[in-house]
Design a protein around this ligand. Structure first.
Ligand SMILES: [Zn+2]
Ligand SMILES: [Zn+2]
Length: 136
């Protein structure tokens, strides 16, 4: 919470209850929810909040680098407040997205630099598979 208050103050942005609610929800889950899912989850507490407001809150949170947007393909966006670079794996059957923790990709980044003249500033790594539930 301190984090979001400081960041919004620094950027001179208004910290609305909706923005806090969206951020808090993302902090409470590891599910990498879509905007629709966040909207539905917040409905009982914020009945007047529209899906458009959720989208706007997400955009703002992305712009101040508190969350990231994951494009898991076909215009399917998920949101994550874990800002530590980490790869993701998605189930091709149910669409579930999980973090892959404990793997270091610093070697890959070093390797990539040998094959390009670009200054590499970011990377997104996705893996696809069948989750535990869908394997059954
Ligand atoms: Zn699955
Ligand atoms: Zn993640």
């Amino acid at each position: 919470m301190e984090n979001i208050t400081t960041v919004f103050k620094e950027k001179k942005l208004k910290l609305t209850p909706q923005r806090i609610a969206v951020y808090k929800y993302l902090q409470s889950t590891k599910e990498h929810p879509s905007a629709e899912l966040i909207y539905k989850a917040l409905q009982p507490t914020y009945p007047t909040m529209s899906l458009a407001t959720v989208y706007k809150a997400l955009k703002t949170l992305i712009s101040v680098e508190l969350i990231i947007e994951l494009n898991v393909g076909e215009g399917n966006f998920r949101y994550d407040c874990n800002m530590k670079p980490h790869p993701h794996i998605q189930c091709v059957n149910c669409g579930k997205v999980d973090d892959i923790e404990g793997i270091s990709f610093s070697n890959v980044l070093e390797d990539v630099k040998q094959y390009t003249n670009y200054d590499v500033i970011a990377t997104r790594l996705y893996f696809y598979g069948l989750c535990e539930n869908c394997k059954k």
